[in-house]
Design a binder for this molecule. Structure first.
Ligand SMILES: Cc1cc2nc3c(=O)[nH]c(=O)nc-3n(C[C@H](O)[C@H](O)[C@H](O)COP(=O)(O)OP(=O)(O)OC[C@H]3O[C@@H](n4cnc5c(N)ncnc54)[C@H](O)[C@@H]3O)c2cc1C
Length: 384
């Protein structure tokens, strides 16, 4: 039977100074931002903030300088992400490009695609969304039906529909997973390819979906006879499944998978002050212990990635435990909040709590559901 490991990571010298630099920047940039704007902050789109962050060299931080990156280490990037998420910075505009689309271009993109799009991403100006899910293809991603047909002149004609495409209405680019050969029932993952498309291409329609809290965070994207050049293919025709799987491990392994609700915890510490009641004190202690444990596990995954390993099982475990934690936290704080906090407060704790109670059920869906992750863990351990 296979196992998994969470080796401790020793942070390299220079990290405390980087942390201080980031904190000083965030203290100025986020001054006065209420807790309700800090929760789930990697879903908050703020192009101005992304540009300012990029000007400090903190977008595309690990990419080659040739493409506008800064060639910093992945552990330095991990520390940056921790600080941004802990502070509740609105990082949603550049998040996907920085985390997975840019790295996908570096791995699979043509020289033309890299030099055309990566510098804008690294400046915090070009944003990309993920076109994987469809109405009948979520957990079962191999069921993707949207298709690209090669035309006699070498161009592609695209038809179909994506759904739950985060921030599509505000992005310039999408990486879409499309079927380029008919389904082979013996190998459903074959015949899929990735395409890097500009979202203002004629024939693409984007329809935002209003979510439970009234935000338009994700969209439907329709492709109706969209004609694109051969150069829009990303990577190799027919290798889409393999490429996407590599992207998913980047999507699932980061600290955002346990830190989405932390701003509410910090708000609790602020409003209860140095002498909270015993009930609140216990909740604070228990939560701190959980955060610390998850943080060590998440950092260990980052350390393994930095050493060139593929900690797929460990990443799935952190995402599963992390999602459970960030969903349980608002419920716990609601129950203790009822013991004496102002839950009707529309600017601070109460508003942040209300938002998280309504949005956190989605945390264990985005990036792969709990059941799917547990299946990956079981398969990795040789149990299925
Ligand atoms: C906030 C948010 C943002 C998202 N952003 C994007 C995005 O930007 N781009 C994108 O492509 N997608 C995005 N998604 C879609 C997300 O990836 C899918 O919602 C997810 O993969 C689940 O697919 P589904 O919604 O079709 O549910 P289904 O796959 O239909 O699953 C429904 C339920 O059945 C369970 N289930 C399904 N199959 C199995 C199985 N084999 N064994 C056990 N249980 C199973 C699931 O766990 C789930 O509980 C986003 C989703 C959310 C909530």
């Amino acid at each position: 039977m296979q196992t998994f490991s969470f080796d401790p990571v020793e942070l390299p010298p220079g990290i405390p100074a980087l942390r201080e630099e980031i904190r000083a920047f965030l203290q100025v940039e986020l001054a006065g931002l209420p807790a309700s704007r800090r929760v789930n902050s990697w879903a908050v789109f703020d192009a101005g903030f992304s540009r300012k962050l990029a000007a400090r060299g903190w977008v595309g931080m690990v990419w080659p300088k040739q493409y506008g990156g800064h060639e910093r280490s992945s552990i330095e990037r991990y520390v940056l992400l921790e600080e941004l998420l802990a502070a509740g910075a609105p990082v949603g505009a550049h998040w996907i490009a920085d985390r997975q689309s840019g790295p996908a271009l570096l791995r699979f993109g043509s020289e033309e695609q890299r030099s055309k799009y990566l510098p804008g991403m690294a400046r915090g100006e070009t944003y990309c969304c993920i076109g994987m899910s469809e109405p009948n293809a979520g957990s079962d991603l191999a069921a993707v039906k949207s298709r690209a047909e090669r035309l006699p002149d070498g161009r592609w004609k695209i038809n179909g529909q994506k759904i739950w495409t985060t921030q599509a209405q505000r992005c310039q680019l999408i990486i879409a997973l499309l079927r380029t050969s008919p389904v082979d029932d013996k190998n459903r993952q074959a015949g899929l390819s990735q395409f890097l498309l500009e979202l203002d291409t004629p024939g693409i329609t984007i329809r935002p979906i209003v979510d439970l809290v009234g935000e338009t965070h994700f969209c439907e994207v329709f492709f109706n006879d969209v004609i694109v050049d051969a150069s829009c293919l990303l990577g190799t025709e027919g290798e889409g499944w393999k490429q996407v799987t590599g992207e998913l491990s980047l999507e699932r392994s980061g600290p955002e998978r346990y830190m989405s609700s932390l701003a509410l915890y910090f708000e609790l510490l602020r409003v209860t002050g140095p002498n909270p009641s015993d009930t609140i004190r216990q909740a604070i202690g228990r939560t701190a212990a959980e955060i610390w444990t998850l943080r060590q596990m998440s950092l260990s995954v980052a350390g393994q990635l930095a050493r060139g390993k593929d900690p797929a099982i460990e990443a799935a475990i952190v995402k599963d435990l992390g999602n459970s934690f960030e969903q349980a936290l608002p419920v716990l704080l609601q129950s203790i909040g009822e013991a004496g906090l102002d839950l009707q407060d529309q600017t601070g704790f109460g508003r942040a709590l209300a938002l998280l109670l309504q949005t956190s059920p989605s945390f264990s869906l985005r990036g792969g559901t709990r059941e799917i992750l547990r299946g990956i863990i079981a398969r990795g351990l040789g149990l299925r």
